[in-house]
Design a protein around this ligand. Sequence first.
Ligand SMILES: Cc1cc2nc3c(=O)[nH]c(=O)nc-3n(C[C@H](O)[C@H](O)[C@H](O)COP(=O)(O)O)c2cc1C
Length: 196
Amino acid sequence: MSEIPWRIAIERALTIHRGAPPSRWLQLATVTSDGWPSVRTVVFRGFLGAGPVLRFTSDLRSAKVGQIAENARAEACWMFAETREQFRLAGHLRVIGPDETDSQWLAERADVWTALPPATRISLLWPEPGVPRADLHRFRVGTPDPRDPPPSFALLLLEPERVDHLDLRSDPHSRTQYQRLGTEEPIEWASLAVNP
Ligand SMILES: Cc1cc2nc3c(=O)[nH]c(=O)nc-3n(C[C@H](O)[C@H](O)[C@H](O)COP(=O)(O)O)c2cc1C
């Protein structure tokens, strides 16, 4: 059980939305090399352990991975429809690909790969994303080994430093900003109620 206050709020929202898969979709923004924001939908793949880090997956060949290599700053925006809550999580992204040297991270990447739905695993064998459409036959790929991630598979880790939680259920609305204090474990979070 985590003691991070904003994570507890997210987990509460996830519990309320447990029958609704879109509640696990959020928008993840990165920055391009020429300073443009670049945002896309990704699936939340759970927290790393009991800490603040969020897990996502990506094709290593996709544009976001190149952007992260140049600038790891990112912000996720997560909206929960039933509870009318919004969480904005700003921090740094880390990409764990096949060239990762830390065996623990490689094991984490393999675990997330194994837990993916089969259709998502297959999509990682498709032709390179974002380039002109390939012939249909190149999308007829085999079934990847659930225990062995392909070279195209990347685990993305978002380590938030600031979290902004807006809750529209109350009148007036409530909004709380959290700020990470330092990097030493256990990480402390300052919280400040602000006007919505
Ligand atoms: C519902 C939904 C879920 C998605 N989940 C992911 C995901 O978990 N990871 C991912 O890389 N792309 C996901 N995508 C595709 C991205 O939104 C995006 O099109 C793709 O990652 C390429 O983005 P990029 O070129 O900015 O890297 C999802 C799209 C939708 C509509």
